[in-house]
Write a protein that binds this ligand. Structure first.
Ligand SMILES: Nc1ncnc2c1ncn2[C@@H]1O[C@H](COP(=O)(O)OP(=O)(O)OP(=O)(O)O)[C@@H](O)[C@H]1O
Ligand SMILES: [Mg+2]
Length: 208
């Protein structure tokens, strides 16, 4: 079973957007996918409630009182959306349970500064140091060819964390999510936007 957590204590950086995209991408490959939502806002949960019956199946995974609960036995892929502000003991407890952590970061100076402590915390966590848990950083709402993405790469160098890919700002993300869908549900090829996700998807299915 793959257990993937999407996290960054900075609010609004794209955690739920990434979580639901990953869930739909795995569901498209006939995996039994469970989506858990530790956030009180329940954005991913609500998205799942609004998902059309005709779309690929993603199951809800009930997590107990904002804490981790093991995914059901038939689960192949568990995706966990997490709240803003996650740090300290709850973060450490989650890092003991998952295999991969995806961290969306927005290229603004404020967002990078807000994520700084989180990256330092990740780096000193035993599971990360021992490479039991893999960390992937993705730029969210950023064009990989811009100065902003270069600044993001430079910022991440101090933590020895590579920037895996950049997902551009596009209204299609907002529209799809409003309808319980994502880019990966579309019958039309996701095109250049799909290509931006590919390094992350390849990393998630790779052996480490
Ligand atoms: N690539 C993108 N292009 C355009 N809009 C985006 C993109 N990614 C996210 N958004 C929008 O940005 C807003 C915040 O995204 P999202 O809710 O995924 O962030 P979050 O980190 O889960 O927030 P919170 O910390 O409040 O849980 C949403 O309105 C979402 O639709
Ligand atoms: Mg969210």
């Amino acid at each position: 079973m793959r257990k993937i957590m999407v996290a960054n204590p900075k609010g609004g950086c794209g955690k739920s957007t990434v979580a639901v995209h990953l869930a739909t991408w795995f569901a498209r490959s006939d995996e039994v996918v469970y989506l858990g939502d530790l956030d009180r806002q329940q954005s991913s949960r609500r998205w799942l409630d609004g998902r059309p019956n005709s779309a690929t199946t993603i199951r809800h995974w009930q997590t107990a009182d904002e804490a981790f609960a093991p995914p059901p036995g038939d689960c192949n892929v568990a995706i966990l959306d997490t709240p803003a502000g996650l740090h300290g003991k709850p973060l450490k407890a989650l890092l003991r349970e998952v295999d991969r952590v995806v961290v969306p970061v927005s290229p603004s100076r404020f967002d990078m500064l807000a994520s700084q402590e989180f990256f330092a915390e990740l780096a000193e966590t035993k599971a990360v140091r021992k490479e039991r848990v893999g960390i992937a950083i993705i730029g969210m709402r950023v064009d990989g060819r811009t100065q902003a993405s270069k600044q993001l790469v430079e910022f991440l160098q101090q933590f020895d964390l590579p920037l895996l890919t950049c997902i551009r700002h596009a209204q299609r993300y907002v529209i799809a999510i409003d309808t319980g869908l994502t880019l990966f549900d579309s019958h039309a090829a996701p095109g250049a936007d799909g290509e931006q996700w590919q390094p992350l998807l390849d990393w998630l299915v790779s052996r480490r």
